[in-house]
Design a protein around this ligand. Sequence first.
Ligand code: ZN
Ligand code: FE
Ligand code: FE
Length: 300
Amino acid sequence: MNNLIIGSHVGFNNSTQLLGSVNEALSYGENTFMFYTGAPQNTRRGAILDEITYKAYEVMKENNIDLSKVIVHAPYIVNLANLENFEFSVNFLKEEVRRVSLLGIKYMVLHPGSAVNYPREEAIERIISGLNLILDNNLDVTICLETMAGKGSEIGINISEIKRMIDGVKYKDKIGVCLDTCHLNDSGIDLTKFDEYIKEFDKEIGINYIKVIHINDSKNEIGSHKDRHENIGFGTIGFDTLIKIIYDERFTDIPKILETPYVTKDDESKDKVYPPYKYEIDMIRNKLFDNKLIDKIRNN
Ligand code: ZN
Ligand code: FE
Ligand code: FE
């Protein structure tokens, strides 16, 4: 029996919208997916067209993709911790939650923010106020705070910071957590002891807050605070540890999303990239590491 819910980051553009995203996910053999509703590095967004959304729902139904497992990722340039563009970030994310609800999607992953030059305590308080302005009890959208690597002044780098933010949020059923294996590793968690981490998480926050897991290997060692994703099995976390997390029975119903890097060829321009997801997902389904995978991707 294989009821694994697995997908990857896919594109979303103004002309094909959700339908384009679904078709890309299907081309990789996925049964869920995640996307930005526009470029992640800017906040320009076009209108959501319902007729495309309905067409996408049909294709999803035909292919047994459960809409409630599809994820949107908020753009990473908004920063609720920064006083200087707090109002902009709040307004943009409010609008983004509305767009997500128009698409019928239930979960939006958010990088909590970066403290920049503010004390971490103040940054956390500001994120909480922002979340309380954004979360809308009348919309069926949950914001999932992502566990961060600790690059720069990122907030959300350990269980206690995530707990602080959740504790401060008024609508508890509109807030969740997205675990990212690369970020956890880089923040200092030894994922060979994933069970210990989850027990601690459950004691402090509650395992039921975990709504999404980003599955990435890491280019760097435990505690490096770098956040550089690596292809599955080719990094410091390794294939067996990732497989254990992916198939952990406590998270069977939770979507697993790959955000691993596209592959390039040495003799080609770096603009030419090959998506690895179809191959990585095959390998995950077979539970068998293929150390020739990168060459396989390049030669296809
Ligand atoms: Zn993320
Ligand atoms: Fe992630
Ligand atoms: Fe990352």
